[in-house]
Structures are given as C-alpha cells and as structure tokens.
Design a protein. Structure first.
Length: 190
C-alpha cells in the first residue's frame, strides 16, 4: 500500500487558505507578508519532492498550481512525476500539457484504489476540501505541517469538523525556527 502524505502551510488556528496570495481571501499571502523568511524552515519542501513519487491535488489547487509550478525551479522534481487530480467537473481538455502525466480521479474511493497500487509515497499539496475528505475516509498516513505563528480567523481549514472518533497522531519529527515557524511531522496511528 502506498503512503499518502498531506503537506500544508497552516496557521496556528488551522487555516490553510491562500498562503501564497491566491485572490479572494482577505489574508491572502500570509506566509510571506507577516513572517520573516528563514530559508531552512522550508527545507521540508525539497525533502518532500525527493520522497514523493506522485502528486495528488483537488481541482482548485490543480487550477492554481498547474499554470505556475511546471516552470518553477523550486518544484522541478514534480514536473515529470505522475499527477492525480480529484474532480467531478474537470475534463481532459482542462489539463495542462507541460506538467507530465495527469490522471483525473472522480472520487475518494478512486484515491483509496490508487493507494492500493504499487509505488512510493503520494503527496497532497493544498487541496483543503480534498484533505478533509481524505482524512474522514481514513486515507491519510502522514501530515507534514509548517505551522505559522499567526491566527487568521476565517478561512479554509485543513482538518475536518465531522463528528468522528478520535484520530491519534504520533509526532515523528519537529523543529522550531527563529521566525516562529514550526515543522511538525505526524504519522497517523492506526
């Protein structure tokens, strides 16, 4: 079974919306506007690219990342990696042609089937709604969180608000940085 890793920039109060400045959110760009840049805090992003063998995205994140990431040196390792997009509305014509092989999945059940295939870890970037659905379905194996020392209030959250049994996590890696950011890596305990 493949490992499914959820990675996120997240505020202390759980918001993941528009960290890079995506339009339509009052606090857009919160990862760079109010926090001093410390390069070593972002080392996890390079490590994730080395570990991952595929990328999984929701439709909204795919539409935000696909016009930009294929040409970004910071995400070069993802360019030729297989990508999977979970969407009920995207069609093949909506996919970009310069970002490697991309497969549209139509449901969380198809993600569960993908996890059963041979291969290495699959990483989920952004995709707040998809992350909540994957968590509720018990499909996430690990969380890579870069926690920003901010309270953003309203905004899309990473974690579900569904009434469910307790999900235990095991902290397997952590580091704090001079600018207040914290790296927290949790494995989901089954």
């Amino acid at each position: 079974m493949r490992t499914l890793i959820s990675t996120a920039f997240i505020s202390l109060d759980g918001v993941v919306e528009a960290p890079g400045g995506e339009p339509g959110y009052r606090n857009a760009g919160w990862t760079f506007k109010d926090v001093e840049f410390v390069p070593e805090a972002f080392g996890i992003k390079g490590a994730e690219q080395q570990e991952a063998t595929a990328v999984l995205l929701g439709r909204v994140s795919y539409q935000a990342f696909s016009p930009v990431w294929p040409d970004m040196a910071e995400f070069a390792d993802y360019k030729d990696m297989p990508k999977y997009v979970v969407s009920t509305t995207l069609t093949e014509e909506d996919l970009v042609s310069n970002w490697g092989e991309t497969t549209i999945l139509r449901s969380v059940e198809e993600v569960a089937a993908l996890k059963e295939t041979e291969g290495g870890p699959i990483i989920v970037h952004g995709s707040a709604s998809l992350n909540r659905a994957l968590s509720d379905a018990g499909l996430i194996d690990r969380y890579h969180l870069l926690v920003f020392p901010l309270l953003l209030g309203a905004g899309k959250r990473l974690f579900s608000t569904a009434d469910r049994d307790t999900q235990k996590l095991k902290l397997v890696e952590q580091e704090a940085y001079a600018n207040g950011l914290q790296k927290q890596v949790f494995e989901v305990v089954r």
